[in-house]
Write a protein that binds this ligand. Structure first.
Ligand code: ADP
Ligand code: MG
Length: 745
């Protein structure tokens, strides 16, 4: 606060400091052996302990039994576990680690840590205390946190309120560096006494397993006889907003809910579309450099950085990895983004829709499958066999999305994403697949039994069947599609920016695994009639192409016509989280999750309850915050303005501008009355919802009555923002929050 000039509101001084941010501390670069600044390749992953480090540092026996565990699921012998723990301890102590934690992903969508000290205090013979660094195999492999505060959706009754964590050796251990000390994080799964998943990682690991197994069966029939394992790959692009901390700190809504509950759009939003290719403000650039530096140390392969469409919105894209590691890495990325932003005097908003009227943030999940030779199965190949395989896997994916569109929609449902989906350039809540005109045409031709025209693509004539050669289609990119094919992978774009990608990825993998199984059976049937394998595969592709027509959409997903059309096609239209969550109660819809053993009915039910509870709690917090804002900020500001205008009017009684001024007073008065009316209506439905004991009934009332009442109240308050003098408005405005970055040097 500027004490020199007390009349200037805090808002003004916050803006002033936002455009003149203090210089950021230089990054302490890592030096290499020759004392020079180390190249990225020299320090990439230096804070991680994964398979590569284990191969180097573990005794041979221990390493081999670890491989057996990873590849064949064998139990890790105690001696090996102890040897591994000992190597980890030595490495960690050398990196100044004092504590370790089991890092896991409870169903609340965030990460959680259970910390323990590395040291063990022992009484020696002379009863003096002896402190030693101690870390055993059993501490590494399994921990038992006091987990009663983590949600289990009713699965754990209190008498067995125990959650167990178990090391996931397929994801590298990593060290989080903080001024207070370094902590070793052990990626773990979290489960109940009877093995029920209490986290988001367990289902993901199960889904990878089953996709690999079912996929291999299918591919063997397609002709890849020696395929042993499949890998799911994921590159998760992360969008986020960066707002100056001084300004954010004056917005209780940003602090409490991560989004603005009030605020009129600035006169300039993103209509000029000049932000995307604009240069990145240097303040942001410095932040990005430090984020990358931290992520490189943690072995996260981030690659590109650029502005996004909205002002103050940015994106970070990693290079794809194994989906389990990529999911962990995305969680780490979100943590690093938030932590480093604060260091640079900014707040990183990962909410799906922090600002009304400008683009929201998503997480584009680039997903594909590779075989054990490292070949991307969704990459059109150079040989007829690769092309055939490509078409077959493409067809399986199409069918999976078609058949399980409702559960896929549910997998991305969150209160934040409700504001994003279907608004401002975000994909709609209706799941559809975009293939691009070239692939569409190929499928249509296959369907019609027509030879593909040589002008469109080359044909390989195998005598009995014709397989088009398929090249990567760079031409059209449909930004409006929630699930788009982008040349050699699918991009699941409907995922929200704050989501744990393990959730949608485990559902997608499970859907594809179930469809691989279905298609294996179908292909076997077709092969009974058609002996030529290539022809049989083409027949399957033809059938699936016909079956999945409804889910394929090449047009504008943002348009109102698409909603009408989607309805006609019978696609699930689940506009809000409450509607989407109810799919979890539909046993028929979720049966594939049970069949693939990714989630049991009990686990599905628990996820339903947790999500309902989260929805209700999140919205309750928003409602209470909105209430506070209206009473504590908006109404007092309008009152001040009313007094000022009223006073001015009495001064001007005799002047000719009196009439004009009367209009101004009326306008304010109407707005004031409107705010009070909307507030009253809002309070009434909030009280009604709080009186309900049944969570599902509350959720339904919230979405049908409280949310609309809150929106009305917001509209009235946003009008007030335009009527009230800038001086009386204490909440930082959109223009200040979104554009201060552009003024920094
Ligand atoms: P494009 O611009 O053609 O969409 P990029 O190379 O920029 O593709 O990649 C976008 C994202 O997709 C990156 O995160 C990248 O690592 C990821 N990606 C590329 N290939 C694959 C793949 N086979 N599987 C999963 N993700 C992939
Ligand atoms: Mg993007």
């Amino acid at each position: 606060m500027n004490t020199q000039n007390p009349s200037v509101s805090e808002r003004f001084s916050a803006f002033r400091s936002a455009v003149n941010p203090p210089p950021t501390k230089k990054i302490e670069k890592i030096k290499n052996a020759s004392g020079k600044e180390a190249a990225i390749s020299e320090y990439f992953g230096c804070m991680t302990f994964g398979l590569a480090q284990m191969r180097e540092k573990l005794p041979k026996d221990a390493y081999n039994s670890l491989l057996q565990t990873l590849e064949k699921g064998k139990k890790l012998p105690k001696e090996s576990a102890d040897a591994i723990a000992s190597a980890i301890k030595e490495w960690s102590v050398a990196k100044n680690v004092t504590h370790f934690c089991h890092w896991f992903q409870p169903m609340t969508g965030l990460t959680a840590e259970k910390h323990d000290a590395f040291i063990s205090i022992q009484h020696s013979y002379h009863s003096e205390l002896r402190v030693i660094e101690r870390f055993t195999g059993s501490q590494l492999i399994q921990g038992e946190p006091d987990a009663s505060s983590f949600p289990s959706g009713g699965m754990r009754t209190t008498f067995e309120a125990r959650g167990y964590t178990a090391w996931d050796p397929s994801s590298p251990l990593f060290i989080i560096e903080e001024e207070s000390g370094n902590t070793l994080c052990i990626p773990t799964v979290f489960f109940g006494y009877h093995g029920q998943a209490l986290d988001n990682k367990t289902p993901l690991l199960r889904s990878i397993e089953v996709l690999s197994r079912e996929g291999c069966e299918f591919l063997k029939l397609v002709g890849d006889v020696d395929v042993k394992r499949l890998q799911v790959t994921l590159g998760s692009e992360q969008e986020y907003f960066l707002i100056d901390k001084n300004l954010a700190s004056l917005r209780p809504d940003l602090i409490m809910t991560g989004r603005t509950l009030l605020g009129t759009s600035s006169t300039r939003g993103q209509q000029l579309e000049d932000h995307y290719f604009g240069s990145i403000p240097s303040r942001v650039n410095k932040f990005m450099q430090e984020v990358e530096f931290e992520l490189y140390k943690l072995g996260v392969p981030v690659k590109t950085r650029h502005n996004e469409v909205a002002p103050s919105q940015f994106e970070l894209a990693p290079i794809f990895e194994d989906v389990n590691i990529a999911a962990d890495h995305n969680l780490l990325t979100m943590e690093v983004l938030k932590r480093i932003a604060l260091k640079h005097g900014m707040v990183c908003l990962l909410h799906e829709k922090p600002f009304a009227g400008v683009n929201g943030s998503g997480k584009h999940n680039n997903w594909s499958i590779a075989n054990d030779k490292g070949e991307n199965l969704l990459e059109p190949g150079t040989t007829p066999h690769q092309n055939l395989r490509f078409l077959a896997v493409l067809a399986v994916t199409l069918k999976a999305v078609y058949k399980h569109a409702d559960v896929l929609r549910t997998s991305i449902a969150s209160p934040g994403n409700d504001h994003r989906l279907g608004a401002n350039e975000a994909p709609p809540a209706i799941i559809s697949v975009f293939l691009g005109s070239m692939l569409e045409q190929i499928l249509n031709n296959i369907e019609a039994g027509k030879a593909n025209k040589a002008t469109d693509q080359q044909i390989i004539d195998l005598g009995a069947s014709q397989i088009p050669t398929i090249s990567r289609d760079y031409t059209d990119r449909n930004r409006t599609s929630p699930f788009a094919f982008t040349g050699n992978k699918f991009e699941f774009r409907a995922v929200g920016s704050s989501a744990n990608v393990a959730v949608p990825m485990s559902i997608l993998n499970s859907a594809v695994a179930a469809t691989f199984k279905e298609c294996t059976e179908r292909l076997k049937e077709i092969l009974k009639k058609k002996t030529n394998r290539d022809e049989a595969i083409m027949e399957l592709v033809r059938e699936i192409s016909k079956e999945t027509k409804a889910i394929r959409f090449e047009g504008n997903g943002y348009s109102q016509e698409w909603r009408t059309e989607a309805k006609k096609r019978g696609l699930p239209i689940l506009s809000t989280t409450p509607e989407a969550l109810k799919v979890f109660n539909n046993k028929k819809a979720t049966q594939f999750l049970v069949d693939t053993k990714v989630l049991s009915q009990e686990e599905i039910a628990s996820r339903f309850h947790i999500n309902v509870e989260r929805y209700v709690k999140t919205l309750d917090i928003e409602f209470m915050t909105l209430h506070e804002l209206v009473k504590g900020f908006v109404i007092p500001a309008v009152e001040k303005q009313l007094i000022q205008v009223g006073n001015a009017q009495s001064v001007m009684k005799s002047l000719s501008i009196k009439k004009v001024h009367k209009g101004r007073l009326e306008e304010l008065e109407n707005n004031f009355v409107d705010i009070l009316k909307c507030l009253e209506a809002f309070e009434k439905v909030v009280t009604k919802s709080q009186g309900l004991h049944d969570e599902i009934a509350r959720m339904d009332l919230i979405v049908t009555q409280v949310v609309p009442a809150a929106e009305k109240l917001r509209t009235a308050c946003d009008l007030a923002e335009t009527l009230v003098s800038d001086e009386f408005w204490t909440l930082p405005k959109y223009r200040e929050m979104l554009f201060s970055n552009t003024l920094t040097s």
